[in-house]
Design a protein around this ligand. Structure first.
Ligand code: NAD
Length: 286
């Protein structure tokens, strides 16, 4: 019988832990404060930021939203990020992606690297990426942690497992593959230019799909009994929200699978909250 991994329930437990940690910090006279920067008026980004705000407030974390218009200058954005990063009262800083190309052009990395690595709750600075490569503890991308947590809920030890990660973006695929490799899995990374995905996926014990292509992973590409983690979030023309996996058919073959919605999405938010508290602790030498 296929296990549907309940990301909402798993996230609920992580969020309860975070809320308890924030209560302890407050009891000792501290406060945890998080700043999100939103550039432009992309409706999806506005929804993501609102969800983060709600989650922070429920956990007792103070949320600040800093908005800039899509017409702002590059220097206005860098000034804002620098100022938030230097503000001692702020424990976590996040730049909501994507940032309009008209504002950052090819210089997004420059902006991200202005964030103090101890406040970089998305784990996107070169310093935190480097720590992930190095296998030392930094702030690691929230979705990657959510993926590992979902896998651990059905497979507590990934060492020696064959894992195929489809997607190698800086925010999802790449940190996920590094984190899984740090946990001693044998990781194969596939991407847009991989010639034949179906050559790799049937040998995998675990498949993580983060491509943004509805229906990319079909049942014939999956070994019976595999664990399938669907990170994709795609809005179809009829308004439905789906992942990258042909869920109904793959679910019949997999041992365990994450749904969309209700899988990795809620876990990503939960691990953002966890990173904010971790950032607070790093800044206070705890
Ligand atoms: P991206 O566009 O930056 O990267 C997509 C990656 O997938 C690239 O490496 C690309 O080479 C690869 N890819 C694309 N088409 C492919 C194909 N046909 N075959 C093989 N590889 C292919 O996207 P992203 O930011 O990494 O996001 C990926 C998906 O995950 C999107 O649907 C996004 O909405 C979703 N997402 C979900 C969460 C969550 O919390 N669940 C968080 C972030 C992103």
């Amino acid at each position: 019988m296929t296990q549907i991994i309940d990301g909402k329930a798993l996230a609920g437990a992580v969020r309860a832990e975070v809320a308890e940690a924030v209560r302890e910090i407050k009891a000792q006279g501290g406060e945890v404060r998080f700043a999100a920067v939103l550039v432009g008026d992309d409706p999806a980004s506005q929804i993501y930021v609102r969800n983060k705000q709600r989650a922070c407030e429920q956990a007792g974390i103070i949320f600040e939203l800093h908005t800039l218009p899509a017409t702002c200058q590059f220097v206005e954005l860098t000034d804002l990020v620098r100022q938030l990063s230097a503000d001692k009262k702020i424990n976590g800083v996040l730049l909501q992606l994507p940032v309009p190309y008209e504002v950052v052009g090819d210089r997004l990395n420059e902006v991200l690297n202005l964030i103090d690595p101890c406040k970089d709750v998305d784990g996107l600075t070169v310093a935190n990426m480097g720590k992930l490569v190095d296998g030392t503890a930094g702030l690691c991308a929230c979705t990657a942690q959510g993926v590992l947590h979902a896998i651990h809920s059905v497979c507590p030890d990934v060492s020696g497992k064959n894992i195929v990660v489809i997607g190698r973006s800086r925010i999802v695929g790449r940190p996920t593959s590094l984190l899984l490799s740090n946990h001693h899995a044998t990781v194969t990374v596939c991407h847009r230019l991989t010639k034949d995905l179906a050559l790799y996926t049937p040998t995998a014990d675990i498949i993580v799909v983060a491509a943004g292509c509805p229906g990319l992973l079909t049942a014939d590409m999956v070994k019976a009994g595999a664990i399938v983690i669907d990170v994709g979030i795609n809005r179809l023309a009829d308004g439905r929200l789906v992942g990258d996996v042909d869920f109904e058919k793959v679910a019949c073959k997999a041992a365990a699978i994450t749904p969309v919605p209700g899988g990795i999405g809620p876990l990503t938010i939960a691990f953002l909250l966890k990173n904010i508290v971790r950032a607070y602790r790093l800044q206070h030498g705890l």
